[in-house]
Design a protein around this ligand. Structure first.
Ligand SMILES: *[C@@H]1O[C@H](CO)[C@@H](O)[C@H](O)[C@H]1NC(C)=O
Ligand SMILES: *[C@@H]1O[C@H](CO)[C@@H](O)[C@H](O)[C@H]1NC(C)=O
Ligand SMILES: *[C@@H]1O[C@H](CO)[C@@H](O)[C@H](O)[C@H]1NC(C)=O
Ligand SMILES: *[C@@H]1O[C@H](CO)[C@@H](O)[C@H](O)[C@H]1NC(C)=O
Length: 809
């Protein structure tokens, strides 16, 4: 299309110039547009100079060689001037308004020179042109509205109306275009800031500046300009949250991350590079425990956390950019510390345990105890326990205070001290516990009497031992402690004894060794019972008694004494016998006694009868003398002799008249004893009858239960409730009066006399017994009429009375 258009133009021009040629005459001038196609006809030069077509060849029409042969040529066939090459007006004439190309034509025969001027007319073949395709313009974000920035100008090689005419700026909100016309008419475009820029909203503005020429059609050139808005530090860093919250276990280890704060800064570059810091007024304890990474904003633990010290940390964090001047943003952080069961319960003795007396009543306070656990909540809830095997209890006082009190009665002798184990457990999960041992000493109380190694002791001592001999040692022990266990021994003087035992014996008060203080004669005293007492030094002191039976051992210190035949007439006894006596005739009987006892007194081994071995004959002497030796069985043997003269008489006489006479004395003695016996027996029988009678009367009158015989089913042997025993086959050894039933401690009391020791005048009694028979009678007499006295009550008390009759020799 464009080409067709060019051709049309060219045809128009040709027509115009043909007319000009005709009018101007010799002045040959062609006007052609530039950029004609090669071969285009500028004009018929041959005709214009008046040359016949046939002459063209002959006259050698041509363009002078020095001329612009490169652009034009002459067609020799028809004489037309033809465009030979590209004709660019801008190249030939630049910006000058007219452009003429002179051309020399030569014809020969005759040589003629013609000058042809070809005016090259401009066509709009050049668009406005910018030197660069893209340009970059940097404008500070903070630039004021109205500021101007020069644009690059465009150039258009065409001239006249085809030259550059106007500029246009692509549509945008921030900039407008101003075109300044310089004095030489050159148009200079300017960029004017129409609105405040914000790099953070739009950092790059792409503007297209278009330059337009005045040709028809209009040609244009464009340049793209990137306006880069340069950042200014107009935005502060902003934290993503106005407050950060986090929870941290108190056991969190060093270096653990707790939280990361993050801030953003819309600015770019250093203006947007953020560093994190703690706020200016951050407390020291926060700085000791936490660190904030300046680059990442990560908060880490760098110190020991302790819920019990700090439960909550609040502090400010600050983000700063690196702009100049820098901008900063703030946020706050709350860190809750989560309690963990990291504190073991603690048992504290608020008072040291005081020793407690073993007689302390139940509930006596021994110690005050406080328990503590630094943890909170369940982790700090403590359960204090004590093993039930201890006789102690915990009594809660007020919160976490307890008193340790005695839970039952104590006995130092069983347990002198306790190591009480207390266990405190908290309720955390897992729970922690601690133990404490409390030592409680039990103080002694004098609650145990001394105990003798035996309830009674038996000691034997030989008669005639020298006084001062150490006899025996009693010993007692006391399980109490210290003073309460230090014992002193003493001999008790029983008032019932005729002579105080302390006059016979001495006891070492410290170790209980008993010494005799006199020598003893078995024949006078066979047994001495002494009561020793061991007493501790407690306050009040406790004591106990033990009986020591000291048996005097017989020593064969008495020779047998001949009772018959009497030796009153010197050492010779005279006996008579008939000469008619047969063998076996009893001549006499020797009787001897020995004051010693046992073997020492055993003289009755043989009867002592002296009999004839054969019949006396007429030849025998009428007087016979016998020497009889009497030995006891003691060690050493003691012996005595008696000499008996026997007179053999021939007539019948009272054979043993002498004997009869002589035995009056012993017979008298025996008769006396028998008399006493009868009197004793009679009185005892009387007493018994009297007692039975009184009892019967009392029973009949009083309650039925007291009547033994009626309710005797309970008693196995009611007859024994009151009875008198008499030892009738010899001298009275004892009389026993028993009261009480069989279950009571009824016991026979016997004298310790040997039946053989008829001549002893010493009476020994049990210490607790009433020694005198008449005393017993008196006691009974005094008791019986008393209305308060009942047999039953006597029964209950199991009273035992004993009477011993003194033996008379
Ligand atoms: C414990 O014994 C002491 C001394 O024997 C006495 O003074 C005190 O009263 C007794 N205490 C009790 C509670 O029986
Ligand atoms: C304390 O511990 C004992 C023994 O473990 C338990 O029997 C008792 O119930 C506990 N008391 C409390 C209040 O937890
Ligand atoms: C008791 O003490 C006396 C005197 O110090 C001593 O001779 C005696 O052997 C002691 N007895 C005992 C059983 O220690
Ligand atoms: C020891 O005997 C004395 C004297 O008979 C008496 O007073 C005392 O009560 C007795 N002591 C004991 C513990 O039996």
């Amino acid at each position: 299309m464009r080409r067709i258009r060019v051709w049309k133009q060219a045809a128009l021009w040709l027509f115009v110039f043909s007319l000009l040629w005709n009018t101007v005459g010799a002045q040959i001038r062609y006007t052609i547009p530039e950029e004609l196609k090669e071969g285009s006809v500028v004009g018929n030069i041959a005709r214009d100079i008046g040359l016949e077509i046939s002459d063209i060849a002959d006259r050698k029409l041509r363009i002078a060689s020095d001329s612009s042969t490169q652009y034009f040529s002459v067609d020799t066939r028809n004489g037309e001037l033809i465009v030979n090459g590209r004709i660019d007006r801008e190249a030939l004439c630049g910006q000058s308004a007219s452009c003429l190309m002179p051309l020399q034509l030569v014809i020969e025969n005759p040589l003629q020179l013609y000058r042809v001027n070809i005016e090259i007319q401009d066509i709009n073949d050049n668009a406005p042109n910018f030197h660069t395709k893209d340009s970059i313009l940097k404008i500070a974000e903070s630039v004021a509205v109205g500021a101007k920035f020069p644009f690059e100008s465009a150039e258009d090689l065409d001239v006249g109306s085809n030259s550059l005419k106007s500029y246009a700026l692509s549509n945008n909100a921030f900039f407008r275009l101003n075109v300044k016309t310089l004095e030489d008419g050159k148009k200079v475009p300017e960029l004017i800031v129409d609105k405040p820029l914000d790099r953070e909203k739009q950092s790059v503005h792409k503007l297209i500046l278009t330059a337009l020429d005045g040709g028809d059609p209009v040609k244009s050139g464009a340049i793209m300009t990137q306006v880069i808005v340069q950042d200014t530090n107009d935005n502060e860093p902003k934290f993503e949250q106005s407050q950060y919250k986090a929870s941290v276990q108190e056991s969190t280890t060093f270096g653990s991350s707790v939280l990361t704060v993050k801030a953003t800064d819309l600015d770019e570059g250093l203006n947007g590079e953020i560093q994190y810091f703690f706020g200016a007024r951050t407390p020291d304890n926060v700085k000791k425990s936490f660190n904030i990474n300046a680059e990442t904003g990560e908060i880490t633990v760098i110190g020991k956390l302790d819920y019990e010290l700090t439960k909550l940390y609040t502090f400010d964090v600050c983000a700063k950019d690196k702009g100049s001047p820098e901008q900063e943003g703030h946020s706050s952080v709350m860190l809750h510390i989560i309690d963990e069961n990291d504190n073991i319960p603690e048992i504290i003795l608020t008072s040291l345990p005081s020793p407690v007396s073993e007689n302390a009543s139940v509930g006596t306070v021994v110690a005050l105890i406080n328990v503590k656990d630094l943890d909170s909540g369940d982790n700090g809830k403590i359960n204090l326990t004590i093993s039930t095997r201890f006789p102690f209890k915990l009594k809660p006082a007020f919160d976490n205070h307890y008193s340790l009190v005695t839970g039952s009665l104590l006995d130092r002798e069983a347990n002198a001290e306790y190591d009480i184990k207390l266990v405190a457990t908290d309720s955390g999960g897992p729970s922690l516990k601690s133990t404490k041992t409390v030592n409680v000493k039990i103080l002694d109380v004098n609650d145990n009497p001394p105990v003798f190694s035996q309830p009674s002791y038996t000691v034997y001592i030989k008669e005639n031992s020298p006084p001062g001999a150490s006899l025996f040692s009693v010993s007692a022990s006391d399980i109490d402690q210290d003073k309460n266990a230090i014992l002193s021994y003493s001999i008790l003087d029983l008032t019932s004894n005729q002579l105080p035992a302390s006059s016979y014996f001495y006891i070492n008060s410290e170790n209980g060794t008993i010494y005799s203080m006199s020598s003893f004669d078995y024949e006078k005293t066979k047994l001495i019972s002494i009561v020793v007492q061991a007493k501790d030094h407690g306050s009040p002191p406790l004591s106990s008694n033990a009986t020591v039976h000291v048996f005097i051992l017989d020593h064969n210190d008495n020779v047998p004494a001949v009772i018959y035949p009497s030796t009153s007439m010197g050492s010779v006894s005279h006996q008579k016998m008939p000469r008619s006596a047969k063998a076996g005739h009893l001549v006499t009987k020797v009787t001897a006694v020995d004051a010693d006892s046992g073997h020492n007194a055993c003289v009755n081994l043989h009867t002592g009868e002296v009999r004839t071995k054969r019949a006396v004959s007429e030849h025998d002497d009428s007087s016979q003398r016998l020497l009889i030796e009497i030995k006891d069985n003691g060690e050493p043997i003691q012996s005595t002799t008696v000499t008996v003269d026997i007179l053999i008489e021939d007539g019948f006489h009272e054979p043993i008249s002498d004997y009869r006479d002589k035995t009056i004395e012993p017979n008298k003695k025996t008769g006396k004893i028998t008399l006493y016996l009868i009197i004793s027996l009679a009185s005892v029988s009387l007493f018994c009858l009297l007692t039975f009678f009184i009892l019967l009367v009392k029973c009949a009158r009083g309650s039925r239960s007291c009547c033994i015989r009626r309710t005797n089913s309970e008693y196995k042997n009611p007859n024994r409730n009151l009875q008198i025993q008499l030892n009738t086959d010899g001298p009275i050894k004892y009389v026993e009066v028993l009261g009480g039933d069989m279950m009571s401690q009824s016991q026979s009391f016997g004298s310790y006399l040997s039946p053989m020791s008829e001549f002893s005048d010493l009476t020994l009694v049990k210490p607790s017994s009433t020694t005198n028979f008449t005393d017993t009678l008196n006691v009974l007499d005094a008791s019986l009429p008393d209305s308060a006295w009942t047999f039953e009550s006597q029964q209950r008390r199991s009273t035992m009375m004993k009477a011993v009759e003194r033996e008379e020799t």
